[in-house]
Every structure is written in structure tokens, then in C-alpha cells.
Design a protein around this ligand. Structure first.
Ligand code: ATP
Ligand code: MG
Length: 588
């Protein structure tokens, strides 16, 4: 056990003279309270330690004791349904919660174990050794740690025990044995190994129309939500956490105000999963480091969160990680780096900001796990650029690593148009890889419809610029009609309230039906213009109002009402065209 003596302290960073060998990234305990820290730099006989707790009261000469092991977190089936700080220490259920000094990990939890291996079986890393059922009633797979391998000597029978108790003993060769529990420790900063990374093919269904239908993200993909102050990042991330079709949600509240997170902490335990009626917390792990909690733990929280996500992925599950916000994480990185005395780079951030962001986002993937088949981690990170400036370093570097970019627009938010995702400033690379998926989910024409909507919205922006100069009425009738249709797509399709009972989640089938209906409307409108109908005449259509309101009025269970609406529109347009033709004939 190595020991060092503190001679310099600055906030969460301290330097100590070592009288034994320390390793980089080794976990240490500081002072009589055994505060948790990590060796982040070694210089000759001096160690630099980042402390994950309040360092007030520490003094020169205080002892730092090495663990001999890298900083690790304990991964257990008991994580689901609980709330932790950035180093996976349990928080009680309030926003102002704090961790008792020196606390290491959650207390062992009792779980019901059912073995899935027998004596004599050869077990390799990541293999499923049994099943565990915790307080939530959800059955999970117990995994052998990725670095374990050996022949099963003994395995516990079905029964309840603590997640730290040995349930399986392996003969690892040479007379050595290794005990496995339902949980295992894993170093926070090391990605968990996989058999292979797989190409992404399936979208993460978010239930948000503008995302699923226009800018989809893959299961195993990466997305960013940049947005200025109050543009709806938190509400959108929460909507995704509640409504997306992942098996497990890891929600990381990183450096946000305590009261903002208190909302999540209060609300989540009361919500039910609309797909199965079970409490939403059963599939959720919340990791919280609010702005008033130690800054170094915030820096670590992003790695803890992604490690937890990988752990559930390794059980063969689809996991979605929501991080709110990566800018606050980057600020923690900047603050800690400043204390190290590192030379600041762009925006005061350390030069390794970009590579750290890459390390984080690159852990998102669809994979063939070591022992449980296919699994995925999707990472969605909010970015809060200072004063909404998207050229700042966190936004610009993140852009290089994500494939879906959902920009929240201040103007839309001010107009209370939610979600305020800007259709022209957002993108999803390779979105068309999901065409087969959409075809199998009721939208064969999806690539064409998507392109039509995006083109229309692009035309709208251009025509609006022109209309501001010459006036809307001076635009040719065809262009006025384009504006009319684009307005309809915005109001009837892109707008979606996160607080609406009917519309907060929109199933793919309903998205497809709505897209088809609007496509039909645009066709009709085109024909009407060709027949000399003025856009103003469309405002009088009895079905226009129901069409504008369809998202709020017609839920996932009533999609056939959209067909009725379509039939009504067909009739009304036929009448309109008929009247136009008669008027034309009379004129002639
Ligand atoms: N999808 C939505 N549906 C309905 N209302 C919304 C939606 N998104 C945002 N809002 C409204 O906007 C307000 C601000 O949203 P939110 O707190 O998510 O913004 P933010 O970008 O996280 O802000 P901050 O920069 O302070 O973190 C919400 O309180 C809510 O009233
Ligand atoms: Mg927020």
C-alpha cells in the first residue's frame, strides 16, 4: 500500500509527495475521512490527485493512501431504479442530496439469483452466469466480469443473496480459483470489451416526430442537442428518456441546477412506461451531479454513466444514455485542468477537450457482446453553448463525433414552438439507412416524404426572406401555396407538446399516417393552384382545422380517424376544384 503526504491543495486538486509507487488512474483515499480521489498525474516522486469530494479542511501533511487499483465502480443488476452521484454512490431522492464523506459505493443489495451455468461448464468473460431479480421485479442477466475465464467449480442454487456474495467459483487454472458475484467492479475510464462492433440498422424510436421522421438516430448511434438558454434541452431529453424504445435509460444530470434536477428526481418515480404500464424508474438509472456538488465528480460522471450504459448493453439490451449537459461537464474539465496549471487552449478548455469528447461519444455503438448477443448504447448529449454561440469549442468538437445534430432554435422556442428543433439547422447523416426499417413499419414512401418535407421547409425559409422584402401578397400564388403548406407541416407535424397526454409520444405508425396525409394535402394543394385556386380558399376548408389539430386530437390508438380525415379532404378538394372549373367555364 503506497502512501503520500499532501503539500499543496487547490480546490479539488492536490499534490502529495509519494513514499511508494503509485499508478496513474489509481484510486486513493485522502485524510482521516478517506475522501475518494484518483491519481491523475505522476511527476517523479510527486502525485497529483483529483478529489471527488469537498476538500475543505484538508491540510499539508495529511496522508494519501493508494488502493493499488484503478478507480472503479461496482456494476450490479441492483443499479436499475436508483439514483447515484458521478461515482455511483447512492443519493437519497432529493435534488440537494449529498454523499457522506468517504463513501465508496452503494451498500450491497439483496437479489434473487437463479444459476444459468453448471459445475464443469467453461465460462469466459461476459458470459451469463445467472439471472437476478431485484426489488423492481425485473429479471436481469448476471455477467461474468469481462476479464474472467475458467471452469465452474461451484455455483449457488436458486435463492436470495447479496449482490457482493460469491455465487459462482471458477477454476482459473494452475490451482487458482476466482469467485464471481452478481455484481463486479469495472474501471470507470476503460471501455468494456465487446466481441465486435456492428453496423447500425435500426433507429432509436424516440416518439418525437421531428426526430424519428426527419432526423433519426440509430440504436447505437450518437446525437447532440445544442441549444441556448431555455430552448428546451432538458424537456426534450426527458421526453426521450420517457418515450424512447430503449430497454434501459441512463439519465445523467451533469452540472445542471439542483432545482432542475429535482424536477427529474421527483417526476420520474411517479411515471409509468406507456408500452408496458410498469413504473418508468424500473428501466432507469439516474446519475446526478448538480452544480453545487464537487466539480471533479462531475468530470468523472460522464464516464461512470457510459460505463453503466455499457454494462446493461453487455446484458444484451438496447440502452440510451442522455447527458444534460455536456457543456457543464466540459466546464468541470476546464476548472480541474486550470487547477493542474495546464496551459488553456481554445475557450480556456484544455487541449484534450476534443479527444475526451471523442472518447465519450465513441463508446456509443451497436455491438456483439461477449456473452449475451446483441446490445447497443445510444448516446444523446445536450450542449448549452454560452450565449447560444454554436461556434464555441464544445459544440464544434461534438459536431465531429455525432451523426445526428438536433439544433434547438431560440426563435422557435420564443414563439413557444416545441420541440424547438430547427429543421434546417439540424441533420442526420445517412438517415436513408433506415428506409428499410420505415418500410417495415408502415412507411414505404418514407425517403420521398422526408425529402418532400425538408424541401418544403427549405423553400419556406427562402420565400419568407423574399416575403419580408416584397410582402407576402406580392408573391406568385404558387409560392404563397408553398408557404401555406409549409406552415401546415410545421403546425400539424413538427409541433409536439411534451406535456400533451395524447401527443407526448407518437408511434411510428401514426407518424407515417400523418406524413401520408400531409403529402396528400400538398398534392391536392398543387392541383388546386394549377386549377387557379387561391391559397385563401383553402383556409375555408372544413377539414383544415381538424388537420392542423390532428396531433393533439388523434392518438396512437385511433389512426383510422386519420383515414376518415383523408377521405373528407379528398371530397372537399374535389368540390373546390369542381367549383374552380365551373367558374373558369363561366368566365370563358
Ligand atoms: N417539448 C416541449 N413541449 C412543451 N414545452 C416545452 C418543450 N420544451 C420546452 N418547453 C418549455 O420551455 C421551458 C424551458 O425548457 P428547458 O428547461 O428544457 O430548457 P433548457 O434548454 O434545458 O434550459 P437551460 O438552458 O436553462 O438548461 C420549459 O419549462 C417548458 O415550459
Ligand atoms: Mg436544461
Amino acid at each position: 500500500m503506497s502512501v503520500a503526504s499532501i503539500h499543496w491543495i487547490s480546490g479539488p486538486v492536490l499534490r502529495a509527495r509519494a513514499s511508494g509507487p503509485f499508478a496513474l488512474r489509481e484510486a486513493v483515499r485522502v485524510g482521516p475521512q478517506a475522501l475518494l480521489g484518483e491519481v491523475v498525474r505522476l511527476v517523479a516522486d510527486e502525485i497529483v490527485v483529483q478529489v471527488y469530494e469537498d476538500t475543505t479542511g484538508l491540510r499539508a501533511g495529511t496522508e494519501v493512501v493508494g488502493d493499488g487499483l484503478p478507480l472503479a465502480i461496482r456494476l450490479s443488476p441492483a443499479l436499475l431504479g436508483n439514483i447515484f452521484d458521478g461515482l455511483l454512490r447512492p443519493l437519497s431522492g432529493t435534488g440537494s442530496a449529498h454523499v457522506a464523506p468517504g463513501m465508496r459505493a452503494a451498500a450491497p443489495a439483496a437479489l434473487a439469483f437463479v444459476p444459468r451455468v453448471h459445475a464443469g461448464d467453461f465460462v469466459t468473460g461476459g458470459a451469463v452466469i445467472g439471472e437476478a431479480t431485484g426489488a423492481t421485479g425485473r429479471v436481469q442477466r448476471c455477467l461474468a466480469p469481462p476479464d474472467a475465464a475458467g471452469t465452474v467449480v461451484r455455483v449457488a442454487g436458486a435463492g436470495t443473496c447479496l449482490d457482493t456474495d460469491p455465487v459462482c467459483v471458477l477454476d482459473t487454472g494452475g490451482g487458482a480459483t476466482r469467485e464471481l458475484a452478481m455484481s463486479h467492479a469495472w474501471p470507470v475510464r476503460v471501455p468494456r470489451p465487446v466481441r465486435a462492433r456492428l453496423p447500425t440498422t435500426t433507429p432509436l424510436v424516440t416518439g418525437q416526430r421531428i426526430l424519428d421522421s426527419l432526423f433519426p438516430v440509430a440504436k447505437g448511434g450518437r446525437a447532440a442537442i445544442p441549444g441556448g438558454f431555455g430552448t428546451g434541452k432538458t424537456v426534450l431529453l426527458e421526453a426521450l428518456a420517457k418515450g424512447c424504445d430503449a430497454d434501459v435509460i441512463v439519465y445523467l444530470g451533469c452540472g445542471e441546477r439542483g432545482n432542475e434536477l429535482a424536477g427529474v428526481l421527483e417526476e420520474f418515480p411517479q411515471l409509468t412506461d406507456s408500452s408496458n404500464g410498469r413504473p418508468l424508474m424500473e428501466r432507469t438509472v439516474i446519475i446526478a451531479n448538480t452544480s453545487n456538488m464537487p466539480v471533479a465528480a462531475r468530470e468523472a460522471s460522464i464516464y461512470s454513466a457510459v460505463t453503466v450504459a455499457e454494462y446493461f448493453r453487455d446484458q444484451g439490451l438496447a440502452v440510451a444514455l442522455m447527458a444534460d449537459s455536456t457543456s457543464r461537464w466540459a466546464e468541470a474539465l476546464r476548472e480541474v485542468s486550470g487547477r493542474f496549471g495546464e496551459l488553456p487552449g481554445e475557450g480556456g478548455y484544455p487541449a484534450y477537450l476534443s479527444s475526451r469528447l471523442a472518447d465519450f461519444y465513441e463508446r456509443a455503438a451497436r455491438v456483439d457482446t461477449l456473452g449475451a448477443g446483441e446490445g447497443s448504447v445510444t448516446v444523446i448529449g445536450a450542449i448549452s453553448p454560452p450565449s447560444g454561440d454554436f461556434s464555441e469549442p464544445v459544440t464544434s468538437h461534438t459536431k465531429r463525433y455525432v451523426r445526428a445534430f438536433w439544433t434547438l432554435d431560440v426563435k422557435r422556442a420564443q414563439a413557444r414552438f416545441y420541440p424547438a428543433v430547427h429543421p434546417l439547422q439540424s441533420y442526420a447523416e445517412n438517415a436513408l439507412e433506415f428506409a428499410p426499417w420505415w418500410a417495415a413499419h408502415g412507411n414505404v414512401a418514407w425517403p420521398r416524404l422526408r425529402r418532400r418535407f425538408l424541401t418544403l421547409l427549405d423553400d419556406e425559409a427562402r420565400l419568407e426572406r423574399m416575403a419580408r422584402i416584397i410582402g407576402r401578397d406580392a408573391l406568385p400564388v404558387r409560392q404563397q401555396m408553398t408557404l401555406f403548406c409549409a406552415g401546415l407541416v410545421n403546425d400539424a407535424f413538427l409541433r409536439q407538446s411534451a406535456f400533451s397526454e395524447v401527443d407526448r409520444v407518437c408511434a411510428p405508425a401514426r407518424q407515417a399516417a400523418m406524413m401520408r396525409l400531409l403529402d396528400k394535402f400538398i398534392d391536392h394543394a398543387d392541383a388546386a393552384v394549377a386549377a387557379g385556386v387561391h391559397p385563401d380558399a383553402l383556409r375555408a376548408l372544413p377539414s383544415l382545422r381538424p388537420l392542423q389539430r390532428m396531433a393533439e386530437d388523434i392518438g396512437d390508438a385511433e389512426i383510422r380517424r386519420l383515414h376518415d380525415l383523408e377521405a373528407a379532404l379528398d371530397r372537399e378538394f374535389a368540390d373546390l376544384l369542381h367549383a374552380a372549373e365551373s367558374a373558369h367555364a363561366t368566365d370563358g
